[in-house]
Write a protein that binds this ligand. Structure first.
Ligand SMILES: C[S@@+](CC[C@H](N)C(=O)[O-])C[C@H]1O[C@@H](n2cnc3c(N)ncnc32)[C@H](O)[C@@H]1O
Length: 779
């Protein structure tokens, strides 16, 4: 049985609450973790170094064996499970307030608040095939520990070589507020668990460590390069291998050693551009340019990189300034023109919708735009929750926003190397929630972007982070004019709260393209609340989000969009709202539906499905079959209570859809029998369908002169409010138009075709020609 059917049968008329989702297996998992943390902290005692190294080396063999086996079986890495919804720690204490701690002094289980632990690596890093990097470390007293580094985004999709470039043997690192745990479902020895990359501070390998290490490193692994020239060679090799992070590190070493500083900066800025680290790229290219020592060729490189970085940061106006450095360069002129276009789009909201709409028929189309925000503000509504509101009266079809994502990810991206993540993510308390490796890689991409982009990080902190997260920061986030210049690419610019980012992604990210498994997180659109009778519609074009008014709105009205197909049944929706977004929808449609009995709702759901199923079967094309379908529609209509229409203004989506299917049936029969009565029946059924979708039909006449009062009207339907089910409405209108043509009612046919084109324009901004192209199959 369909899992949804099973669930709905189980729930019946029971309230669905947040607690409904705690399945025994998940509850046990959570209880286990709580138990792990409830044990009184104690000192685990000294770990024997020999035993430990043996353990680590065996672990390396184990993992390599599993990876090989999984590859031989054609699988993508070891199947790992991570649990989302348990606290993930990150340190916040300022550097000057830290107190040092040693491995021997640490307790299990415990987060050592206010302490820092300095260690160095004693083995090559090991990737566990899932979400963690494993390190064997020792402190200056010679005590050893096992370190698991989670969410270390720039190394998630890395080669062993790149991991070693960041964590070579002997690398000194400081762990902020180390958490020492013993997870009973995991290892036989305790380990230091690091969940945020900002909890690790890496030290310069070129400087002699100030710590008096008790033991020799005692390793056969040759030390890394010691000259700038040798680092440069490493940097170029990494660049070729698309190891952008290690490339940036190698050129950082060149800079530290004073080797060709400006050239190294320029090389590093190119690596940063590839990483999407535009702040760093900007500062490096600017520093190189400001040095005044560059040859003409290098100056051009510096200017181009600076412009690309400014473009990535959306600082279009600054590009025009930078361009003054090389006013006659063709590429510079082109980028300036691009920047000017983006600025114009930001202020006017003028986009070439016809081209956007046609091109976005191709799933891999991606578009570059200047974010346009119309008359929209974020406010706290009457019920105390935040939402978006219009700041003046707007008309149906008006563009409210057209935005690029803050961050996006698609499956073709990021996989520079042979990524071996076979990750399963279990969301507590929601179960696996069909999310896995893709959502994790998207999270990593965001963590990586926050690494150097504090503006982005602050924006994310101002978005809703889920029911267990602390309250979001106020929106809009505080203005950060500029990110500070880079000190060191190895350490993020500030604290990164991975748990909060994960919560934001879960509550706000969109699946932009099913085919490309593309995901995106948007800024303002994340603050729009849901309604099944929404005031706006959202669409994705080339990876960007557009939001348009569906009806005329008065200043101060809330902008709402449907999170799910609004026309789904009430019971499916209430389940899915609670499961994914954790709220109970209180819109008029849900209110009206909830007043109908469960038996009526279930009957409605079953009838809807039956009518839909019948519509897909081409057989039974006779009057008897038609009568059967009509009866099913009548029965469906009877499932709505008397007050339903009063509350919703007449919207009955399921009935509207049923009538659309019924009219299709009528059309097919009319085609085979050429019956005029059937053609008229098709038109009236479609008009009824439109009305139940929420459109006001102003002219229901079938023949003769147009009724009084409607001649001057632009359309046979009221265009001040269109339905969220615009696709179905457009389809109905086109079919009405076609049937009027068959009936030789050409004036009416044209009016209905114009109406369809107009609805198309209201919801996507395209013109007549584009409408014809997009609706070729209907037409
Ligand atoms: C994408 S956010 C929308 C903005 C959010 N209200 C905020 O303060 O940032 C989604 C969350 O908003 C809340 N929400 C959205 N629509 C709602 C509605 N119709 N009723 C109650 N809560 C809603 C839910 O908590 C949901 O998980």
């Amino acid at each position: 049985m369909d899992p949804m059917e099973k669930l709905l049968r189980e729930y019946g008329d029971k309230e669905i609450t947040k607690e409904s989702f705690w399945e025994p297996e998940l509850a046990a998992l959570k209880a286990q973790t709580e138990h792990d943390w409830s044990i009184a902290p104690s000192n685990p005692g000294r770990i024997d170094k020999e035993d430990f190294l043996h353990f680590f080396d065996e672990k390396v063999k184990d993992i390599n064996r599993s990876l090989l086996e999984s590859k031989q079986r054609g699988r993508n890495g070891i199947e790992y499970t991570t649990i989302i919804g348990l606290p993930q720690k990150f340190a916040t204490v300022a550097l000057r307030e830290w107190k040092p701690i040693t491995i021997f002094d640490m307790k299990v289980p415990m987060t050592h608040k206010g302490y820092c632990l300095a260690v160095r690596t004693i083995r090559r890093p090991l990737y566990d095939g899932g979400a963690a990097l494993l390190l064997a470390v020792e402190d200056s007293a010679g005590d050893v520990a096992y370190l698991k580094l989670f969410n270390y985004a720039p190394l998630i999709d890395a080669t062993n070589k790149e991991r070693e470039a960041v964590y070579p043997v002997g690398q000194v690192l400081v762990i902020r507020e180390p958490t020492y745990v013993f997870e009973s479902r995991d290892l036989s020895i305790p380990f230091i668990k690091v969940e945020s990359p900002s909890d690790i501070i890496l030290f310069d390998m070129n400087q002699k460590s100030a710590l008096p290490w008790k033991s020799d490193l005692n390793t056969s692994i040759p030390p890394g390069p010691s000259t700038g020239e040798a680092w440069r060679a490493e940097g170029l090799k990494s660049f070729k291998a698309k190891g952008w992070f290690s490339c940036a590190i190698h050129f950082t070493n060149c800079i530290r050693l004073g080797y060709e500083i400006q050239v190294s900066r320029l090389n590093r800025s190119e690596a940063y551009l590839r990483l999407g680290w535009y702040n760093y790229a900007y500062h490096d290219s600017k520093d190189a340019l400001d040095s005044g020592t560059l040859s003409a060729d290098l100056k051009r490189k510096a200017v181009m990189r600076m412009i690309k970085a400014q473009y990535g940061l959306g600082k279009y106006r600054d590009i025009l300034e930078t361009a003054k450095e090389l006013p006659n360069d063709m590429d510079v002129v082109e980028w300036s023109a691009k920047a000017s276009r983006r600025m114009e789009e930001q202020t006017t909201g003028n986009f070439d919708w016809d081209s956007i709409l046609v091109q976005s028929q191709n799933p891999s189309y991606s578009i570059d735009i200047g974010n346009f925000t119309g008359p929209v503000e974020v406010k706290t509504g009457r019920d105390g929750s935040r939402g978006t509101f219009v700041t003046r009266d707007v008309e149906a079809g008006e563009l409210l926003m057209f935005h690029k994502p803050l961050c996006s990810w698609k499956s073709s991206e990021n996989l520079t190397h042979d990524l071996q993540v076979g990750l399963r993510r279990i969301f507590l308390p929601l179960g696996a929630a069909a999310e896995g490796r893709d959502s994790y890689l998207f999270l990593c991409k965001i963590i990586q972007s926050c690494w150097e982009n504090r503006k982005l990080y602050q924006t994310i902190l101002s978005l809703y982070g889920g029911e267990h997260a602390r309250k979001p920061n106020t929106y809009p986030p505080p203005l950060i004019t500029d990110d500070p210049p880079l000190m060191d690419p190895l350490t993020p610019e500030g604290d990164i709260d991975v748990e909060y980012i994960d919560g934001v992604v879960n509550a706000n990210a969109f699946l932009l393209s099913y085919e490309l498994r593309e995901r995106g997180l948007f800024e303002l659109a994340s603050l729009i609340n849901h309604s099944c009778l929404p005031s706006a519609c959202r669409e994705f074009f080339g990876g960007c989000i557009s939001v348009r008014a569906l009806r005329n709105m008065k200043k101060g009205e809330e902008i709402t969009v449907p999170y799910l197909l609004a026309s789904e049944s009430y019971d499916e929706k209430r389940y899915r709202f609670m499961r994914t977004w954790r709220f109970k929808c209180a819109c008029p449609l849900c209110e009206a539906d909830s007043k109908d009995s469960v038996a009526d709702r279930e009957k409605r759901r079953a009838l809807s499905k039956e009518i839909q199923r019948n519509a897909l079967i081409s057989g039974g094309l006779d009057r008897k079959g038609l009568e059967r379908t009509r009866k099913l529609c009548e029965d469906l209509k009877a499932t709505y209570g008397d007050s339903h229409s009063t509350i919703t203004g007449g919207v009955k989506y399921e009935l509207a859809k049923a009538l659309l299917y019924y009219a299709d049936f009528v059309d097919r029969l009319a085609r085979s029998t050429r019956g005029i009565d059937l053609k008229k029946l098709s038109i009236t059924s479609r008009m009824d369908s439109l009305a139940f979708f929420g459109l006001k039909v102003l002219d229901r006449s079938m023949s003769g002169p147009l009724p009084d009062g409607t001649q001057e009207l632009a359309a046979p339907v009221d265009m001040s409010s269109i339905s969220i089910e615009y696709d179905s409405c457009i389809f109905n209108m086109l079919r009405i138009s076609k049937t009027f043509t068959d009936l030789k009612q050409n004036t009416r046919a044209k009016r209905w075709l114009d109406a369809a084109v107009h609805v198309g324009k209201l919801y996507n901004g395209g013109g007549r020609q584009t409408f014809m192209t997009l609706n070729k199959s209907y037409l």
